[in-house]
Design a protein around this ligand. Structure first.
Ligand code: FAD
Length: 527
C-alpha cells in the first residue's frame, strides 16, 4: 500500500541529493513537504540570531519556489513540533513521516519523540543520513564503538570504509507527478512568513542570501576555477581579504541547502583531471573531512558543547568577567584587528577561518582567559553557518582544551592581521572610525601621537578605546596557567593528541610589540 507521507524538512533544505525526500516520493501516493516553524525551538534551542533568521526564511522561500516548479509546494506550519505534527497527521491521514537523520542531541530527541508519536498514532517513520558524508555510526563501529579522536586516526578509519555514498539523483517533475501533491489551497494557508511577520529586524541583512539556488550558483562559480580548487591550501588563504578567500559555502552546508556529498564528488572529479592536487588536511576535501571529523566525535562524546562532563576537554578555571566578554562581543577591545573581525561577524554573519582563530584565541587562552563556551554561544547567535559540532569542536581547538596542543603559539592581535593586509584595508572597511590613520598605526592606533590622532579624526580613549589588555603581559600570564593545567591533566590532553605536528596552524611567532602600550593607558582602560 503506498503511503500518505509528511516529509519533514529540518535541515536538508534542498532538492538535490535528498535521499529521504526521494524515498518518500517513491513510496507514497501523496507527499506533503512540510517545514514546522517552531519559534520556541529555533530561539531557545538553536539560538538563532536575526541574520540566520533571514537566511532561513530566504532558504524556505527558495525551497518553496523550487518545489512549485516541480508541481508541488512547501507547507510552512507555525507552532510547536509535537502538537503541529499530531494535528496534521490526523487531519491528512498520514501513514509515514520521513525526515533526515541528524546527530545533534536535540534533533535526535525530536526524532525519538516523533517515533513515539508514530507508535501512538500508527504511522511509520523513515530517516536517512543526508547531512554528512558518512553515517557516523559506521565510523564508530569500525573504531570499536568509540569516536576516533584525532584527524589522523579518523582518516585511517575512513580509508577502511572507502568513499562516501554517491549523491542520489536530482528530483524531477516526474517524481512529483507519480504521487499527488498537496491540495493547491494548502500552500496559501501555509506560506513562508515574511521577516516582519516574525518581528525580525530588517536592519540586520547579511550580504549572504539563503537557499539552494544561491548555494548551487556559488558552488558552480568556485568549481569553474579548477586550478584554484586543485591547489587549495587552507593555511594560505587570507583572513582579511575583502571578499572570502575560501569557498564561503559554510552557511549553505550548515542548513543543508547544499549537499556535502555533491561537493565532495565534484571535487573528486576535478582532482582526477588535475596533474597535482592538494591533500587533507589542507585541501578542500580535507575541509569537508574536518567537518566530518567533528560530527563523528560530537556524535559520541557526552556534553560535547560544554566543558563540564566532557571527557575529552581540559577542565579549566576560566575567568567569569561579563564586562570583558561584552567588550569582545561588541568590538570594543581596542585592538582594531579583533574589533574589525567581530564587526564583520555581527554585520555579515561570516568570517574567515583564521579570523575565527584570532578572536577565539584572544577571548580564551591568549588574552582574556574567558571560557570557550561563552565564545561558542556568541558565534552560535551571530554565525550564519553556526553548527553544533563544528562550532564546539573548533572552540575547544582554539582554546587548546582539546584537539590542539601547541598551546605556546599565541596569536598576536597586532601582527597576525598585518602579515596579509599591511595597509589595513579590512580594518578601514569594518572600523571606519580608524580609516584615516596611516598604515603604520592602523593595527595599533594608540601608538600615534596626539597630533596624529587629531589628524586622523579619531582620539584614542575617546572615539575608539585603548587596548583592554597589555597583550604581552596577559598572554605570558595565561601561558603559565595553561602549562600548569596541561601538566595536571596530562591524560586528558593526550586523548586528542596526534604525534605529528598540526599542519593547519600558521606559525605566528609571539612578538612583544605591545610593549609600546604604556601601562598608564592600559590601566585607564581597565579601570
Ligand atoms: P572552506 O575553507 O571553503 O571549507 C569548505 C567547508 O569545509 C566549509 O564550508 C565547512 O563546511 C568545512 N570546514 C572548513 N573548515 C572547517 C573546520 N575547521 N572544521 C570543520 N569544518 C570545516 N564552521 C561551521 O561551519 N560552523 C561553525 O559554527 C563554525 N564555528 C567555528 C568556530 C571557530 C572558533 C573556528 C576557529 C572555526 C569554526 N568553523 C565553523 C570552521 C571554519 O572556520 C568554517 O567552516 C569556515 O571558515 C567556513 O568558510 P568556508 O565555507 O569558506 O570554508
Amino acid at each position: 500500500m503506498p503511503h500518505r507521507t509528511i516529509h519533514l524538512f529540518r535541515k536538508g533544505l534542498r532538492l538535490h541529493d535528498n535521499p529521504t525526500l526521494l524515498a518518500a516520493l517513491e513510496s507514497s501516493e501523496v507527499v506533503y513537504p512540510v517545514y514546522i516553524l517552531d519559534r520556541k525551538f529555533l530561539t531557545s534551542v538553536m539560538h538563532i540570531g536575526d541574520l540566520r533568521w533571514h537566511f532561513l526564511l530566504q532558504s524556505l522561500e527558495d525551497l518553496q519556489k523550487n518545489l512549485c516548479q516541480l508541481g508541488s509546494c512547501l507547507l510552512v506550519i507555525q507552532g510547536e513540533y509535537e502538537p503541529v505534527l499530531r494535528d496534521h497527521v490526523q487531519k491528512w491521514n498520514i501513514t509515514q513521516v520521513t525526515l533526515d537523520a541528524e546527530m545533534e542531541p536535540f534533533y535526535k530527541e525530536m526524532e525519538a519523540s516523533i517515533r513515539r508519536l508514530g507508535e501512538e498514532l500508527g504511522f511509520e517513520v523513515l530517516s536517512l543520513v543526508g547531512h554528512s558524508l558518512y553515517d557516523t555510526k559506521r565510523i564508530l563501529d569500525l573504531n570499536s564503538g568509540t569516536p576516533p579522536l584525532t584527524y589522523k586516526r579518523f582518516l585511517h578509519i575512513l580509508s577502511l570504509l572507502g568513499d562516501p555514498e554517491v549523491p542520489v539523483r536530482n528530483l524531477t517533475a516526474e517524481d512529483f507527478q507519480r504521487c499527488r501533491p498537496p491540495d493547491p489551497g494548502l500552500a496559501e494557508c501555509y506560506r513562508v512568513p515574511l521577516p516582519v511577520d516574525l518581528k525580525i529586524s530588517l536592519e540586520s541583512l547579511s550580504p549572504w542570501r539563503g537557499g539552494e539556488t544561491e548555494g548551487l550558483q556559488r558552488l558552480e562559480q568556485h568549481l569553474t576555477d579548477q586550478g584554484w580548487v586543485a591547489s587549495f591550501t587552507k593555511p594560505r588563504t587570507i583572513p582579511n581579504s575583502l571578499l572570502p578567500s575560501t569557498t564561503g559555502l559554510s552557511p549553505y552546508f550548515s542548513m543543508g541547502c547544499l549537499s556535502v556529498r555533491t561537493f565532495f564528488y565534484r571535487l573528486s572529479n576535478i582532482y582526477a583531471q588535475a596533474k597535482h592536487h592538494s591533500l587533507p588536511p589542507v585541501s578542500l576535501q580535507g575541509q569537508l573531512l574536518w567537518r566530518e571529523f567533528f560530527y563523528t566525535v560530537a556524535s559520541a562524546t557526552p556534553n560535547f558543547t560544554k566543558m563540564a562532563g566532557n571527557p575529552i576537554c581540559l577542565q579549566i578555571n576560566w575567568c567569569e568577567d561579563a564586562e570583558r566578554l561584552h567588550k569582545w562581543k561588541t568590538a570594543q577591545t581596542g585592538f582594531p584587528w579583533i574589533d574589525a573581525i567581530m564587526t564583520q561577524l555581527r554585520q555579515e554573519g561570516w568570517i574567515h577561518h583564521l579570523a575565527r582563530h584570532a578572536v577565539a584565541c584572544f577571548l580564551t587562552r591568549g588574552d582574556l582567559w574567558i571560557s570557550w563556551e561563552e565564545g561558542m554561544k556568541v558565534f552560535e547567535e551571530l554565525l550564519l553557518d553556526a553548527d553544533y559540532s563544528i562550532n564546539a569542536g573548533n572552540w575547544m581547538w582554539l582554546s587548546a582544551s582539546a584537539f590542539f596542543h601547541q598551546y605556546t603559539r599565541i596569536f598576536c592581535p597586532v601582527r597576525f592581521g598585518r602579515r596579509t593586509d599591511p595597509e589595513g584595508q579590512y580594518i578601514r572597511k569594518y572600523l571606519p572610525i580608524l580609516k584615516n590613520f596611516p598604515s603604520k598605526y592602523i593595527y595599533e592606533p594608540w601608538t600615534a601621537s596626539e597630533e596624529e590622532q587629531k589628524q586622523a579624526g579619531c582620539i584614542i580613549g575617546q572615539d575608539y578605546p585603548f587596548p583592554m589588555v597589555n597583550h604581552k603581559e596577559a598572554s605570558d600570564h595565561n601561558l603559565q596557567l595553561m602549562k600548569q593545567v596541561r601538566e595536571e591533566q596530562y591524560r586528558t590532553a593526550q586523548l586528542t593528541r596526534d604525534d605529528t605536528d598540526d599542519p593547519m596552524e600558521i606559525k605566528v611567532k609571539r612578538d612583544h610589540s605591545e610593549e609600546s602600550i604604556s601601562k598608564g593607558k592600559v590601566a585607564r582602560m581597565t579601570e
